[in-house]
Design a protein around this ligand. Structure first.
Ligand SMILES: O=P(O)(O)O[C@@H]1C[C@H](O)[C@@H](CO)O1
Length: 293
């Protein structure tokens, strides 16, 4: 059941995209950041930015979702060279799973060591509130259960092993660093840890689905990140990921609440400043410990 070659990119395709980018900017990024829905402001914090519209980058897919600008921004965050995706790709946009994850391989070839991913997610854990930031400690890959995994197809050993381990997908030292930084910044009241579950979207979940996912151990549900994490880990980058709980998943038939994308973007705006401080302080600490970057 291997995909046709048109669904993915070869090592040489990724190399030529990375070479093109490196020929246009002097920044050699050590950290790659992916902005979730409504969190594109993370990229605005980069100093001396050099930005490329996705449409101008050879081989790059295009962003089609409101709240995902579709720009790749290079620059420095607290002195650390970074590259930031202001907009990511989702399965529901109709791209093959190998395409939506291709930027992780570009990051790797560019020299990125640590990837920081953010997303908007619905809170399943009843203790979570809208506006909480959840440090992802593990995931449930629902499309993966159905055979839709970004590593499906021939394996190129130049990227990584045929059967990569995922029990250490989310770097534990970076999770601890985030907790420490969050506490120093006074964010402990809204900083949580939990398991993120990815679904294909674009429809939001039914009540029965939310109840089921919560029983299975998921604390938050969304439509991204996990595929990128798998590809980033496959090629040996360290991964740290955060969910912003933008809405409470509806778990009760008496509830009047309805999940909607506008609420997701609104919550992103409310927490934007704290999210940016958390991420930039984590990045700054990577500098002080070469194990992190
Ligand atoms: O890119 P993320 O995962 O932050 O986007 C979430 C999932 C859907 O794309 C959208 C739903 O509002 O936000």
């Amino acid at each position: 059941m291997f995909p046709e070659s048109s669904t993915g990119y070869s090592y040489e395709d990724c190399q030529s995209t990375a070479d093109w980018l490196l020929s246009q900017t002097a920044v050699q990024p050590l950290v790659g950041i992916v902005c979730g829905s409504g969190m594109g402001g993370l990229a605005d914090g980069l100093k001396d930015p050099v930005a490329f519209n996705y449409k101008d980058i050879p081989n790059f897919p295009q962003s089609t979702v409101h709240g995902h600008a579709g720009r790749l921004v290079f620059g420095t965050l607290k002195g650390i060279p970074c590259v930031c995706m202001q907009g990511r790709f989702h399965l529901y946009e109709g791209y093959a799973i190998q395409k939506i994850t291709m930027p992780m391989r570009i990051f790797k070839i560019l020299g990125v060591k640590t990837v920081i991913l953010t997303n908007a997610a619905g809170g399943l854990n009843q203790d979570f509130k809208v506006g909480d930031i959840m440090i992802i400690k593990d995931h449930l890959n629902m499309p993966g259960f159905a055979g839709n995994n970004p590593l499906t197809g021939p394996n190129d050993e130049r990227f990584g092993l045929r059967f990569p381990c995922m029990s250490d997908a989310y770097d534990r030292e970076l999770q601890q660093l985030a907790l420490d930084v969050g506490s120093e910044l006074g964010f402990s009241d809204f900083l949580r840890e939990g398991v993120y579950c990815v679904l294909g979207g674009p429809s939001f979940e039914t009540i029965a689905e939310c109840r089921m996912l919560n029983k299975l151990g998921a604390d938050a549900v969304g439509m991204s990140t996990v595929h990128e994490v798998i590809v980033a880990r496959h090629c040996g980058m360290r991964v740290f990921a955060l969910s912003l709980i933008t809405n409470k998943a509806v778990m009760d038939y008496d509830s009047e609440e309805k999940a909607n994308h506008e609420e997701v973007l609104q919550t992103g705006k409310h927490r934007a400043e704290q999210l940016e401080r958390l991420v930039s302080t984590i990045v700054a600490r990577l500098e002080h410990n070469n194990n992190y970057a």
